[in-house]
Ligand binder design. Structure first.
Ligand SMILES: CC(C)(COP(=O)(O)OP(=O)(O)OC[C@H]1O[C@@H](n2cnc3c(N)ncnc32)[C@H](O)[C@@H]1OP(=O)(O)O)[C@@H](O)C(=O)NCCC(=O)NCCS
Length: 228
């Protein structure tokens, strides 16, 4: 379900498909979704409502993309990849669907599944080696190479990616106290760490953000400076 901020945005910007986009029918493209220059949606693809697909995006026939997903330029979403609602894919990030590709071996029926869960961010130029789940609201840093499961709210960096910290739904480091609770410095939502699993105490993971929390008001560095 879209929050009100997304709905307002959607009503302002009705669906727009640039004339250079190639769309192979049948496929599903939700209301209010915008697709920019030189992109290609293959037959069978499912794209939700209120999404933005940038320039040079390929969506394969077996790919599923939820609502309010933002995909920056130069990204291919291959067969076997499922992207839930509210996911952000940074520019030129790489998704994959065969771990051991060989040109001489046909493995078209053996595509491996990758699931990117609601609210997750994949940083620019990061690579997701297939067969993994990127958890709810997880954050993959720019240039990381992910090859194993990523927990909900985990912030992963490097090659291979390792968990560096926990990040809030608003994309800020969570500092847990002795009671294993943390407050997001931007939203003030409370989080709990229990058995190495983070959850939000104030808002269900599937609930949309209330309007007042869906609009960023301070830069990342501004909030970070205040924290330190
Ligand atoms: C992950 C990210 C949010 C971290 O930001 P941050 O917490 O302010 O990070 P800092 O600059 O304080 O760095 C903390 C440490 O992580 C390292 N680091 C930060 N980002 C890194 C990255 N992408 N890969 C590897 N290491 C990284 C820093 O070198 C530093 O290491 P050190 O403690 O050993 O010196 C940010 O670097 C990032 O990658 N954002 C994604 C941007 C993007 O792709 N946007 C796409 C839309 S335009």
């Amino acid at each position: 379900m879209l929050n009100q901020a997304s709905q307002i945005f959607q009503s302002l910007s009705t669906e727009y498909i640039h004339p250079t986009v190639v769309i192979d029918e049948p496929c599903e493209i939700g209301e209010g979704t915008r697709i920019w220059h030189f992109s290609h949606v293959c037959a069978g693809a499912k794209i939700g409502v209120g999404c933005t697909l940038g320039q040079n995006i390929m969506v394969a026939g077996g790919a599923v993309i939820g609502d309010n997903v933002k995909i920056q330029n130069n990204v291919s979403v291959y067969d076997g990849i499922t992207i839930e609602d509210d996911v952000f894919l940074g520019p030129s990030c790489v998704l994959t669907n065969i771990t051991n590709p060989r040109s001489q071996i046909v493995r078209k029926k053996l595509y491996e599944k990758t699931l990117i869960r609601r609210g997750a961010t994949i940083g620019s130029n990061a690579t997701i080696v297939c067969g993994v789940t990127i958890g709810l609201y997880a954050f993959i840093g720019a240039g990381a190479v992910v090859r194993s499961e990523v927990p909900d709210y985990a912030m992963m960096l490097g090659v291979p990616a390792v968990q560096r910290s926990w990040m809030s739904r608003h994309g800020h480091t969570l500092h847990f106290d002795e009671d294993n609770e943390a407050i997001c410095p931007e939203s003030k939502l409370a989080y709990r760490l229990n058995n190495n699993k983070v959850s939000c105490m104030d808002l269900g993971e599937d609930e949309p953000l209330p309007d007042e929390l869906a609009l960023g008001k301070a830069t990342y560095s501004n909030i970070k400076c205040k924290e330190n």
